[in-house]
Design a protein around this ligand. Structure first.
Ligand code: MG
Length: 365
């Protein structure tokens, strides 16, 4: 029986994210799910144990209920693994960094087979570049011969690695092969893979960017307020609609929905529904932002053009931009907002209506 310890207790501070990097999406799936699924889909693992930090413990326990035992990690990786080892039932245990989601079945299989043959299997790849040993700026030696980059999984017979961990007096080892080497014997290389890369820095998470576009038009009539981007604009006419007819907010909402592949605002907020009668469109925008958030994206920037013959909008642009920045939770300078007349042409030119075209980018969080 083979057990897996997936180490997810670090907080990934080097990535500069404010949440655990393992919860970040990569190709639309969290890092931890990608790593977990790689082992599940290999069909080679019988038992899963995940180490978690105190901030993610409840969330991960719930998330992996019935699929993995989640244990509360300690101050260091070594201490976290010590707690996890206490639960291991398999006679072979693989220990793998949660931040290496791209591990292949081949690497997992070779690790297990190497343990069976040699007592341990340490996934490694020959170092592609020359490595120098240097002290005080002076290179003492430089070579790539016999040098390897050590990865995970690192596999052992459970009884051996448990024995090694029981002998530990310090708890900040770089990896498990060093612990094995100190107390049990010489660790053995197994097959690694350059793709089995550890995601360490923000740049390692290729953020996915998607574009969204939205367009809307409303009729100008008397006895209505003119609301653009949540700001009331003094004018002798206003826009007609079931809601407050904020044409700018509507175009932005459609751009947002479009960016993440959802349907248009009419689908989610029907103009037949009395609950949306005269509603402040910024309330609906907040709903749409929640939907985008649930899809794993956030707004990066917005660029929109308002087509209106009258009123002149130049002096209102800054206050609309400020309001939109607050609503979209982005910096004001991430918003481009222009206004144009249509030179008297068509229904906009005849002051019968106002149109807005909005484009925006969203990035995965
Ligand atoms: Mg509309």
């Amino acid at each position: 029986m083979v057990s897996l310890i997936l180490t997810c207790a670090g907080q990934g501070k080097r990535t500069g994210f404010d949440e655990n990097k393992l919860l970040k999406l990569i190709n639309g799936k969290s890092v931890i799910d990608t790593a977990f699924d790689a082992f599940t889909n290999s069909g080679l693992i019988d038992e899963f144990i995940i180490t978690a930090n105190k901030y993610d413990y409840d969330f991960l326990t719930k998330k992996f209920k019935g699929r993995a035992n989640v244990v509360l990690g300690g101050e260091t990786r070594t201490l976290s693994i010590k707690s996890a080892l206490a639960l291991v039932k398999g006679d072979i245990v693989l220990i793998h960094d949660g931040a290496r989601p791209f591990v292949s079945k081949e690497v997992i299989l070779d690790c297990i087979q190497t343990v069976k043959k040699f007592g341990s299997g340490i996934a490694s790849i020959p170092t592609p570049e020359t490595i120098a040993t240097a002290i005080n700026g002076e290179i003492l030696s430089a070579t790539k011969e016999n040098l390897y980059t050590v990865q995970t999984p690192q596999g052992f017979f459970t009884k051996d690695i448990k024995k090694a961990y029981d002998k530990l007096v310090t708890f900040d080892y770089p990896d498990d092969s060093s612990i094995y080497k100190e107390f049990i014997g010489i660790p053995h290389l197994s097959k690694g893979d350059p793709k089995n890369k550890k995601l360490t820095f923000k740049e390692d998470f290729k953020l996915e960017t998607r574009v969204g576009t939205g367009f809307d038009c409303h009729k100008l009539v008397e006895n209505r307020r003119l609301v653009l981007g949540g700001v009331v604009i003094p004018h002798d006419k206003g826009l007609l609609g079931h809601s407050d007819a904020d044409v700018l907010i509507h175009a932005i909402m459609d751009a947002l929905l479009s960016s993440v592949g959802l349907k248009d605002i009419g689908y989610y907020f029907s103009d037949k529904d009395p609950k949306f009668k005269d509603i402040d469109s910024t309330i609906l925008l907040k709903e749409v932002l929640k939907m985008v958030d649930e899809k794993g994206y956030k707004v990066d920037n917005l660029s929109a053009v308002i087509m209106a013959e009258k009123p002149k909008l130049l002096k209102h642009i800054d206050s609309i931009k400020e309001n939109l920045a607050k609503l979209l939770n982005i910096e004001v300078d991430k918003i481009g907002l222009t206004a144009t007349t249509l030179e008297g042409l068509g229904f906009v030119g005849r002051e019968e209506g106002i149109c807005v075209k909005a484009d925006l980018l969203v990035t995965s969080k």
